[in-house]
Ligand binder design. Structure first.
Ligand code: PXP
Length: 252
């Protein structure tokens, strides 16, 4: 099976920094360490309320990273201008509500097809790989393909929540939807990514989906870094992903 990329989301390094209004911990330093520890890319979400990642962080990441940056952002004019200024490798469009604690659902691509088509056109022209963060839903996948997105990122939040709550039948049903929609999206020519809420306990079945090319993981890894250090926390995630993918050297 093709190599499964790991994108490490460093938003919550900025959350810790911002809790005290200090200059540390530095998200760029974490991102560079993540690169060394085996991350294939770095993901950062510039939220409209700047609750974690700041504009200066995006500038620093663009200057300092070797690995590709995946900029997550809402479909607003302000964010479009920022993406066009920085020209990151990838732009992942996510729905955003100010009152939510984290990105709760996927984009309504089917309902907002025209608006999103116009929104992503200049990003595509600027050379960004445009990804749409969606639920595992056929109409959303079809609409993403129609408007010319290169990538869909499937929201794994519900699957992870069901697992955490011990609702295993619902978890398995959600996993089946993720598997089916990954195959469907790939059949339409879309690259498939997945993420949100993944942990050591939940990553393997998602990593084993053959069409999934990339996982984006953040909150759990930054938390786990408190206990193991960031590099070992990432290395263990990498090992589990490789094991799920059938790479024998990852056994153990
Ligand atoms: N993918 C997308 C599109 C996201 O919005 C997020 C959260 O910012 C993630 C992946 C990573 O989720 P988590 O931090 O729960 O691992």
């Amino acid at each position: 099976m093709a190599h499964l990329r790991l994108g490490v989301n460093i938003d919550h390094v900025a959350t810790v920094r911002n809790a005290r209004g200090s200059a540390y911990p530095d998200p760029l330093r974490a991102a560079l360490l993540a690169e060394e520890a085996g991350a294939d890319g770095i993901t950062a979400h510039l939220r409209e309320d700047r609750r974690h990642i700041s504009d200066d962080d995006i500038t620093a990441l663009m200057r300092g990273l070797t690995a590709p940056l995946n900029l997550e952002m809402a479909a607003t004019e302000e964010m479009q201008a920022i993406a066009l200024r920085h020209r990151p490798h990838a732009v992942c469009i996510v729905p955003e509500k100010r009152e939510e604690r984290t990105t709760e659902g996927g984009l309504e691509v089917a309902r907002e097809e025209n608006r999103l088509a116009h929104f992503i056109a200049p990003l595509r022209e600027a050379g960004a790989r445009v990804s749409l963060f969606i639920g595992a839903d056929a109409p959303q996948v079809e609409a993403a393909a129609r408007i010319g997105a290169a990538v869909v990122e499937l929201h794994t939040g519900a699957y992870c929540d069901f697992h955490a709550e011990g609702r295993m039948e619902e978890r398995d049903a959600e996993l089946k939807r993720l598997q089916e929609m990954s195959a469907f999206a790939a059949s339409l020519g879309l690259e498939v990514h997945a993420g949100h809420g993944l942990t050591y306990d939940t990553v393997c079945p998602v990593a084993a989906i053959p069409e999934v090319a990339e996982l984006n993981i953040g909150h759990f890894l930054i938390g786990e870094a408190i206990f193991r250090g960031l590099a070992p926390a990432i290395a263990e995630m990498r090992r589990l992903m490789d094991k799920a993918r059938g790479d024998d050297e990852a056994e153990g």
